[in-house]
Design a protein. Sequence first.
Length: 451
Amino acid sequence: MKKLIQTIRNIYKIEDLRKRILYTLGIILIYRLGSKVVLPGVDPHMLTALQSQASEGLLGLLNMFSGGAFSNASIFALGIMPYISASIVIQLLGMAIPYFQRLQREGESGRRKINQITRYLTVVITGFQAPAYITNMISQLPPEAISPFNPGITSPTTFFWVSSIIILVSGTLFVMWLGEKITDKGIGNGISLIIMIGIIARLPFSLFGEFASKMEDKGGGLVYFVIEIAILIFVVLLTILLVQGTRRIPVQYAKRIVGNKQYGGVRQYIPLKVNAAGVMPIIFAQAIMFLPLTLAGFAESDMLTGFASAFTNIQGFWYNLTFFIMIILFTYFYTAITVNPNQMAEDMKKNGGFIPGVKPGRKTAEFIDNVMSRITLPGSLFLGLVAIMPALVSQIGVTTQFSQFYGGTSLLILVGVVLDTLQQIESHLLMRHYDGLTKSGRIKGRSSINM
């Protein structure tokens, strides 16, 4: 406790870090307030049916990512997921279209152009999702719920449609802008932090609902609830191990003279992460799994048939099997983007380093690539297992809302973003010669790879 208090004091002493944290908290406050602002013309007291619909299933998951904005018919109802979907499309195009490949190689100017294209694509995707959301919202509201823009639920006015679509699109773009501001002027990881805040906002309600269900006559009682919490803590610890797990490759640096000093026989290590892709594979896979819901027009579950029905049931076999496979594929895909064995081998060669028993250059790149492929496989399998854990624990009596915190996108985002945020804060402390957040002074992030 004493060390924690001292760390808080150290954080306060660093003016730049203090301003960044306060700035981030201010942006988060704006986001949370916006999630409570209902679309103009909609009576917030008439949203009972919509809130009930968004309490479980795939809509419940989407509502969690938006921090409850979906069920509140908020101006931020669609959240940040359209931007995530646009980012997925652009990254996939970067593997197939020469134009995007050229932009990726152009450095900062290319990155700005890609970000601009991603924003335009976000507008297009949100423009398709907004009418579907409004259609579903209207179907869940009684006739007297929309006023004065719409005199009756059976005949919504053109003004209500156009104004609501514009507001929903603008809301998503504003949330995207808030995330970028956190990345630029806050403590970083803006988009991920926005998603994490939405998830945390639902945790107290889910925990209380689970406790209430276990206190019922056939709920199992307090002992059953304590066992569930113990299992949750165990899963969280396993997830932290997944995020922080590394495979260290020894690198020997040959003797060399710099100035009047001689350096030689120095051995260092390259920490290759078991899960170098972080939480991005599961975010990407989840965004794609929302597509059937969008195509189905956010219809009620009993109206869905065939393909849409199978892939909107988050506890169903085909949904979880597809989700599991997509996570494995995206893990390899994102690892290939994040880790460049050729560049690592070239950097080692330039600095007079080599892996013992492996020739410098192409052989070193092949060796690193093989090691990454081997350690990524168990990492991706475990990532996929954690992702489908909510469907597994729901079979033993855990409520649908609370089961989302036993794994899946929710837990991985929470763990990954929290560790990244702590690493950002710790780096500021260590740069100014203060103690870190832990005794060892080292917190491993989920995406950093250091030579």
